[in-house]
Ligand binder design. Structure first.
Ligand code: GRG
Length: 294
């Protein structure tokens, strides 16, 4: 097991239990609580909160990591809201996520919109209702709101829904991915840097690491999508069959997208090595990206 996996092993059950208990205490309206819990406890990987916790662990905090669960939880609340809204009929119109009915299929669209609204809003309660100092809390609010908001995830989602079916250039795809998926991943690492009062150099290098991580995450997700389709079809998926998807593999082709992924991971690793963090839990989080067997 690597250091990132050890961290997950030690804290994942605890963190999941924290999320459930805290939400049950905080959300008094029964149907709202039910809708929020349905998606929050649906078996997500908790990648973003654990990137945040791994950043803390790598920088050796004085406090226990469990003291940061509300901040880690806030990131997961925002992520979960984005998935519920992304699945809605007027967005991606998905019936299933994580192997079960999407929130709107289970509860109606109105209730799903409100569960998402509740999760997004409540994230900022958790960010501020904790024992961290006020300056740190203000910075956390700013980093998360900017990543999730009008020049981050919401902007990426807007581009995505209006551009589907229109071919984008590589630069446009990169921008879309950076906003839609990368911004929240980047914020997760930055929020760890904020909590640890990181110097400018650490902040900048961790930001570059996280930007590369976010990009790798999206390319990897798109590649897995194609590679699983290929193995189901028993043949290669050609570039022309990917049209309208606006992904790296569509623009670059599968082979080029794989080397772009590798290059992105190398760049991420280099930033951490410069900070002497090459053997940290954060560096080990890069082991998530495994294409060899696929
Ligand atoms: C509705 C404002 C708004 C934004 C939605 C995140 C997002 C923006 C859409 C999701 C679309 C999607 C499936 C993108 C691929 C990458 C991605 C974010 C996958 C889901 O994240 P995981 O794999 O999910 O971390 P789990 O289920 O593990 O939490």
């Amino acid at each position: 097991m690597n250091k990132f996996q050890i961290l997950q092993n030690e804290l994942l059950d605890n963190f999941n239990e924290f999320l459930r208990q805290q939400l049950m205490v905080d959300v008094q309206q029964t149907q709202l609580q039910e809708g929020m819990l349905y998606s929050l406890m649906a078996g997500g990987k908790r990648l973003r909160p654990f990137l945040f916790l791994a950043t803390l662990a790598s920088l050796k905090p004085q406090q226990k990591l469990t003291n940061y669960f509300k901040v880690a939880g806030a990131i997961e609340l925002v992520h979960t809201y984005s998935l519920i809204h992304d699945d809605l009929p007027e967005m991606d119109n998905d019936d299933y996520r994580r192997g079960r009915l999407t929130n709107h299929k289970r509860f109606t669209t109105g209730r799903a919109v409100l569960a998402g609204d509740g999760l997004l809003t409540h994230a900022f309660v958790w960010l501020t209702d904790n024992d961290l100092n006020s300056k740190v809390k203000v910075k956390l609010v700013k980093v998360l709101a900017q990543a999730a908001g009008v020049n981050g995830m919401v902007a990426g989602q807007m581009t995505d829904i209006v551009q589907t079916g229109h071919a984008l250039s590589l630069e446009q795809v990169a921008r879309l991915d950076r906003q839609k998926t990368g911004a929240l991943i980047q914020a997760s690492v930055q929020m760890g840097a904020v909590c640890m009062h990181a110097s400018t150099e650490y902040w900048q290098r961790l930001t570059v690491f996280a930007a590369n991580y976010g990009l790798a995450f999206q390319i990897y997700d798109d590649l897995l999508d194609i590679l699983s389709t290929q193995s189901a079809l028993g043949k290669d998926v050609g570039k022309d069959q990917l049209v309208g998807k606006n992904t790296y593999p569509q623009v670059l082709g599968v082979t080029e997208a794989k080397s772009k992924l590798q290059q992105t991971l190398d760049e991420a690793r280099l930033e951490l090595a410069t900070l002497n963090l090459e053997n940290s839990p954060l560096a080990d989080s890069l082991a998530y990206f495994q294409l060899e067997a696929k």
